[in-house]
Structures are given as C-alpha cells and as structure tokens.
Write a protein of this length. Sequence first.
Length: 131
Amino acid sequence: MLAFYIDETLAETEEAEVLTALAAKEIDRIEYRRIACVFPAAGEKVTTEKMIGALKGHLRHAHVPIGSQSVFIVPKEGIRWAVLLQEAFYLVSGFYPLMVQPWEVQLTDAGEIPVRREHLRMIDMHAVMGG
C-alpha cells in the first residue's frame, strides 16, 4: 500500500503496527512517497477552497493513485492541516486515506511540543466518512 508523508516516514516499529492493522486487507508492505508540501505561514489568511486546491496539486504531483485508498502520515508540524489534506485525498483519489498520526502535542513550561506517540493513532477516514 502507498503511504504518503510530508516530513517523516514511519519508524520500523510503527510500520509494523500499521501492517498488523492492515493484515486483514492482505497488505504486507508499505511503499513511501513524499508529498512536497508548503503550508501557509502562521497567521496568513487562506480560504479553505484555495488551500484544498493547492493541496490537491501537491497530491497529484506525488502521484496519489485514483481509485484506491492510501495511507497518509499526519505531519509533525501540520496537524492542523490534516482535515484539509484528507479532503484533498478524497477529491484526487475518490477515497479518504487511512490516517496515521505518530505525533501528539505535550504541554510543557516551554509551550506546546510535538512528541512521538507511544502507539500510533490510526483512523480509516473512508469508513468514518461513509465512503
């Protein structure tokens, strides 16, 4: 199965966790493809429609396949864009992705810091969205 990422692929143990979850679908390997993606600067005003249009272009350039579901690894610094990216995946491929979130935000005295989760959060967005 194709797995798309922006900043980092999964660690070996995380990949094994995803493959275990996908075993019922007879998926036995993951092929990674990077999405070259630029998010707007913090505070920059961008309409949802314009951002989804830009993200669709990024996904087409990364060769997201039409007619099949892919894995999308939520980026460390782009958690807030995950909703728009999943919509762009649907508009490009016809399927919402299997969202894999290896990051969580911890609150510290220094502020919010993204850290790797102990266990992945995986959500089949196509099943959730009624696809």
